[in-house]
Design a protein around this ligand. Structure first.
Ligand code: AMP
Length: 277
């Protein structure tokens, strides 16, 4: 399957081509057509599956195809952390490079005034962490009456972080008529309750997680006398001809042990209470 077969518009296809993305990932292949056909979606998928493009591409496409400047966000993406919000915003910027749509990420931990100013200047797609969005709603600095698309991204993390009340309040204050998408790595009872309350006849798309890095790592245990641990470590590094090694130690002074003294390797020790500059 190629992106071209998913009915994606040319300005977005051009970006995908520039980025060297030829084939959609499984979540994209399943989700993009369902979203373009106006379905609500529950996507069970983890980070790294390409889920951001799975919702960003159809949302950009649909906003562009019915382009109207309403002076308020037409799409709202909720994300648990500011890092994720910033990352999603960057993705919208990239995939929407050839479209005339503005996006903005708002999150806590930084000044609210520039965000209020940016909102005032007109935003089509708003990416927000729930806490900061509630602040802005309470201050009546954000108008959510024009929202046509709502995305809950990493919903399980959002609930783990205690945002259930905020998320419900936000979702309840949006227009009835909208398309809602829900992404979560897991499906708990709380998540099921949210989806029942806020989605209409959702289609469910599930992606079996790929092997995690931990699954791919071969693990062994060596039983060794405390005093001979360093010697064993050196032996293993030499025998296996390892050229890049991360060693975790229990105490600061052990990180300082200079085992490169008689060896040609470079060593760096990182421990707490030291500047990382
Ligand atoms: P995500 O799961 O949305 O965090 O995406 C994981 C990574 O995969 C990001 O760096 C994307 O830019 C990249 N990506 C998304 N879709 C594709 C694709 N179809 N082909 C190759 N890489 C992709």
């Amino acid at each position: 399957m190629k992106f071209k077969e998913l009915n994606i518009i040319e300005p977005i296809l051009r970006v995908l081509e520039e980025k060297g993305y030829i084939e959609p990932t499984p979540i994209q292949e399943k989700t993009i057509p369902l979203l373009l056909e106006n379905n609500d979606i529950i996507g069970i998928a983890q980070t790294g599956t390409g889920k951001t493009a799975a919702f960003a591409i159809p949302i950009l496409q649909k906003l562009h195809q019915k382009l109207r400047k309403v002076g308020a966000p037409r799409a709202l993406i909720l994300a648990p952390t500011r890092e994720l919000a910033a990352q999603i915003s960057e993705s919208f910027k990239v995939y929407g490079k050839y479209l005339n749509l503005k996006n903005l990420a708002i999150y806590g931990g930084v000044g609210i005034t520039p965000q209020i100013r940016a909102l005032r200047s007109g935003v089509d797609i708003l990416i927000a962490t729930p806490g900061r969005l509630i602040d802005l709603m309470n201050q009546k600095k954000v108008n959510l009456e024009k929202v046509e698309f709502l995305v809950f991204d990493e919903a399980d993390r959002m609930l783990d972080m205690g945002f259930m009340k905020d998320v419900k309040k936000i979702a309840s204050s949006l227009p009835e008529e909208k398309q809602s998408l829900f992404f979560s790595a897991t499906m708990s009872n709380q998540i099921a309750e949210l989806t029942r309350n806020f989605l209409r006849n959702p289609k469910r798309v599930e992606i079996t997680p790929q092997a995690t890095p931990v699954d791919k790592i071969e693990q062994c245990v060596f039983f060794v006398d405390q005093k001979r641990k360093n010697e064993l470590l050196l032996d293993l590094i030499k025998q296996e001809k390892l050229d890049c090694v991360l060693v975790f130690v229990g105490m600061k002074h052990k990180a300082q042990w200079n085992f490169c003294r008689c060896n040609p390797w470079k060593q760096i020790a990182i421990s707490e209470n030291k500047s990382i500059k």
